[in-house]
Design a protein around this ligand. Structure first.
Ligand code: SAH
Length: 261
């Protein structure tokens, strides 16, 4: 008798895909409600559930609901924010997707590398993956909030995908990585020394502002000619993956400089 290959049961509770619950997809200024619906469907197909919308042109909207098909729950639970900072405040890893690299050269990852990196980090780390507005993509100031940039290696002569298609591909890679590393025992955030957790986007923001204040008073920063200081500092601290305790140390150092003046 011919043996029948049994399909593995990969859904349901047999596989713990908790990592997927901690990844937030953020759409910045989406202009077409159909894309929001298609994105929700793409996410739900891959087991993702956290969608955030920054200033959507139209939302809620019948077209979005229709395109979401059976994924209306993702739309119903979507966070709607006025600013990106609010949406990503608690995120410990922020990633920007872009068809092309802009501004200063930035640490880049391929979608698969990103997904495998996330799958191997503590499963409860909040991660935000940012997607730009349909016409112009993420702005330079949005891209500079990110630890990494991810480009889907598409046809170099025609590399810009529809946003929901780009979200589908990233979501697929996340799911594949979650399945590949399902047996890996990643620590939960509660088990990690709190000082060793990566600084959140909100802490990073506070630290950059603090640096700017102090460096302006020491004369290093000329606000008229900032020479991309903010961008360079963000890239530096992002690459260093500053931890919570390092964040506190740097804030303390800055405060001591201020007192010394
Ligand atoms: N013309 C814009 C593209 C906007 S497409 C530009 O050149 O940046 C809308 C969004 O889809 C992008 O901001 C990005 O989030 C995602 N996207 C499209 N193509 C992509 C690619 N090749 N790699 C990664 N993200 C992509």
């Amino acid at each position: 008798m011919q043996s029948v290959r049994m399909a593995p049961i990969i859904d349901g509770l047999l596989v713990v895909l908790s990592m997927l619950n901690n990844v937030q997809f953020v759409m910045s200024h989406p202009t077409h409600p159909g894309n929001i619906g298609a994105a929700a469907r793409a996410m739900k197909n891959m087991g993702l559930s956290q969608l955030s919308l920054i200033n959507p042109k139209q939302f809620p909207c019948a077209e979005a609901t229709q395109r979401a098909s059976g994924a209306q729950d993702i739309l119903a639970n979507a966070g709607v924010y006025d600013s990106l900072d609010q949406a990503i405040a608690g995120s410990r890893l922020v990633v920007g997707t872009s068809a092309r690299s802009r501004t200063l050269p930035w640490p880049m990852l391929e979608p698969r590398e990103l997904a495998e990196k996330i799958a191997q980090e503590p499963s409860t780390h909040p991660v935000a993956i940012l997607f730009g507005t349909e016409n112009s993509g993420l702005t330079n100031s949005e891209l500079q909030l990110c630890h990494y940039h991810v480009a889907i290696p598409a046809n170099p002569n025609y590399s810009s995908l529809n946003i929901a298609s780009a979200m589908q591909l990233i979501a697929y890679e996340l799911r594949m990585a979650a399945l590949k590393f399902e047996h890996l025992e990643t620590a939960s955030e509660a088990e990690v020394d709190p000082g060793e957790l990566p600084a959140t986007a909100e802490q990073m923001d506070q630290m950059i502002k603090h640096f700017e204040q102090v460096l302006e008073s020491t004369g290093y920063l000329d606000p008229v000619k900032p020479k991309m200081l903010e961008l360079r500092l963000r890239r530096l601290f992002g690459k260093a993956q500053v931890t919570d305790s390092e964040f506190r140390m740097l804030r303390g150092i800055l405060a001591s400089i201020k007192k010394f003046e």
